[in-house]
Design a protein around this ligand. Structure first.
Ligand code: NIG
Ligand code: FE
Length: 417
């Protein structure tokens, strides 16, 4: 047991910590403490997997700790959170990528039976073992660059059996990945070929069979849907969200990615955790998100890959104080990007987010987008000790370097992941 100096002296009941980290700088990302919530020459004390003290080293109270470590002047930030991914899929769509480069549009390919449906076919045919292995490998890449929480959606099954297979893969990963996973049911992702021209009947299946089964097996933390002319209408998704609400499941939405279809307003009407993409969202949509307290999740990887030119309404989102998160949207069609750090850099160059907004977007605001803000997203007393330790000179570097992994160590609940 190590004793820490009794700077304030005289305490009779000294705190008892598992781990003390010293010789470090912290970007706490606590709101209203400057852009990064910086504390230089800081110390962090951890007990039972949670932060039990954080502040300037000079103010560290007397206490004892099982282990003490010097961080050698490194920077600590909240561990990163990727709040929107489609990590469970089989195959890839590099051939479609080439078609798009030759001039075909994402919508044209989807209407011709490719796009999401082509990944659905590969995923239906894949074994659970293969899906688990390939998804675990993608998760490892995210963890290696500092992610301790990752959201994963189903949505490449589009029938009960395969959607359950995907959600069970996600559940298996929750137990073995060593980082936290949020599971999202995305049954209303595309109209499967067997329901072509019968989208309402597919929505019946989602509402009457899939959602109750998913809920009964406790396989989803939230429900997502894709609102677009090549997917589902506001009315159809309204039915999915009503069912989710009746089951007590929070919702989120792929909204206004290719056109303004009133997606942001729909998400807001149901008090969604987040509305995601938002390239074509109107001022009215932004106002609705602000009133509902939903997070705007921006996905620059999809914007880049689709060659999109319409930017999400960043200035309006800022003006209306809508929290902005950013995420990889890792998927084989629109965002074959398995790096949240690269996504941060893309958000600066494509959407003109500041590096501080990018870091808030993968920490504090990403936690809100997953409903986890009580537990994660900032470095504060009482929160889980999910901490990324970086070999950098300033946190703005996290949105600056591309392809350089500055992670020295990742702590999940106070332990090296
Ligand atoms: O977030 N927009 C819909 N869903 C995914 C794309 C899925 C796919 O093309 O496979 C997205 O961009
Ligand atoms: Fe997506």
């Amino acid at each position: 047991m190590l004793r820490f100096f009794a700077i304030h002296g005289g305490a009779t009941c000294l705190p008892d910590w598992d781990l003390i980290l010293t010789e470090l700088n912290v970007a706490t990302m606590v709101e209203d403490c400057g852009p990064y919530g910086v504390i230089e020459n800081a110390a962090v004390a951890i007990a039972n997997g949670r932060i039990s003290w954080i502040g300037a080293r000079a103010d560290l109270p007397a206490g004892s700790a099982t282990e003490s470590r010097s961080m050698g002047g490194r920077w600590l930030t909240p561990a990163l959170i990727d709040c929107h991914t489609h990590l469970v899929f089989a195959g890839n769509r590099s051939a479609e990528f080439e078609q798009r480069l030759a001039g075909a549009s994402y919508e044209e390919i989807a209407r011709a039976g490719g796009g999401i449906m082509s990944t659905v076919n590969a995923t239906r045919a894949a074994s659970a073992d293969l899906l688990l292995e390939q998804t675990a490998a993608r998760l490892d890449i995210l963890r290696a660059e500092g992610c301790a929480t990752v959201e994963i959606k189903s949505g490449y099954g589009l029938n009960l059996q395969t959607e359950l297979k995907l959600l069970e893969t996600i559940r298996a990963l929750k137990n073995q990945a060593g980082i936290s996973i949020s599971s999202t049911f995305l049954g209303a992702h595309a109209i499967p070929v067997e329901f072509r021209g019968k989208a309402d009947e597919y929505i019946d299946l989602v509402c009457d069979e899939m959602l109750p089964a998913v809920h009964e097996k406790q396989l989803a933390d939230a429900v997502d849907a894709y609102c677009e002319s090549i997917a589902f209408s506001v009315k159809q998704i309204g039915r999915v969200f009503e069912t989710a609400r009746s089951l007590g499941l929070p919702v989120k939405l792929h909204a206004d990615q290719l056109s303004d279809c009133g997606g942001a307003e729909l998400a807001a009407e149901f008090g969604a955790l987040s509305a995601d993409h938002l390239e074509y969202t109107s001022a009215k949509g932004v106002d609705a998100l602000a009133a509902a307290g939903s997070v705007a999740v921006l996905l620059p990887g999809a914007f880049l890959t689709l060659g999109e030119t319409e930017c999400p309404p960043v200035a309006l989102l800022r003006d209306r104080n809508v929290p902005i998160a950013i995420a990889t949207d890792c998927n084989p069609g629109t965002s074959p990007i398995c790096s949240l750090r690269t996504t941060m850099a893309l958000a600066t160059s494509l959407f003109r987010l500041t590096p501080a907004e990018c870091l808030a977007g993968v920490t504090r605001n990403a936690a809100v987008a997953l409903g986890l803000e009580q537990d994660r997203g900032t470095l504060e007393t009482g929160k889980r000790a999910d901490i990324a330790i970086w070999d950098i000179g300033h946190p703005q570097e996290l949105s600056y370097w591309i392809g350089k992994n500055d992670l020295a160590e990742l702590l999940v609940a106070g332990r090296t992941a």
